[in-house]
Design a protein around this ligand. Structure first.
Ligand code: PNS
Length: 168
């Protein structure tokens, strides 16, 4: 059987346990998941592209079926260049739907051969987002259990170093 693959795109600033959950669910369905890290999210990212890519690589170091790449330009062009026709997106709640619906249909209008697959994370992560993690960590709150260990370490060094705020 030919190998099946999918692209999982996002800003991942930083990757959370909710994202990790979606990648693991993706691996149950596809042979290969390419995590596509957007190079220049609209808002100034907390982590550089290199840092975001490295953290995800570290988290999935033991899984050869997870590849991590930075991308810019159109997602559908990147997906084609990776030889895949599937885009995975996570849906946490109804509030995500409008944005995701718009993006999926825009991508379909650009590339009708590319399909978006929506996957729901574990209910434990439905409240979780990179924005919430950045805000809580920046204000000194604990995000333990919400982000993988490499992210926790990096948040500690980045935020403690720049703003003299302690993250428990
Ligand atoms: O984690 P995010 O910020 O919700 O991810 C958004 C992302 C990276 C999936 C989206 O911004 C994207 O695909 N950007 C690439 C540009 C593109 O293809 N735009 C057309 C789709 S609207």
């Amino acid at each position: 059987m030919p190998e099946t693959s999918a692209v999982y795109p996002g800003s991942f600033d930083p990757i959370t346990n909710g994202h990790v959950d979606i990648i693991e669910r993706g691996l149950e369905v596809f042979d290969r998941v390419v995590v596509a890290v957007l190079k220049n999210p609209k808002k100034r990212p907390l982590f550089t592209t290199k840092e975001r890519v490295r953290m995800i690589q570290e988290i999935f170091a033991s899984k050869r079926e997870v590849e991590v790449r930075a991308f810019d330009g159109l997602l559908v062009d990147f997906a084609r260049a990776q030889g895949t026709r599937v885009v995975i997106r996570g849906l946490r709640a109804v509030s995500d739907f409008e944005y995701e619906f718009q993006m999926a249909l825009m991508n379909r209008s650009l590339a009708p051969d590319i399909e978006t697959f929506f996957m729901m994370p574990s209910v434990a992560y439905t409240f979780l987002s990179s924005n919430v993690v950045r805000e809580v960590a920046g204000l000194g709150g604990s995000v333990e259990g919400l982000v993988p260990a490499p992210v926790l370490r990096k948040l500690r060094s980045k935020i403690t170093g720049s703003k003299k705020v302690q993250i428990p």
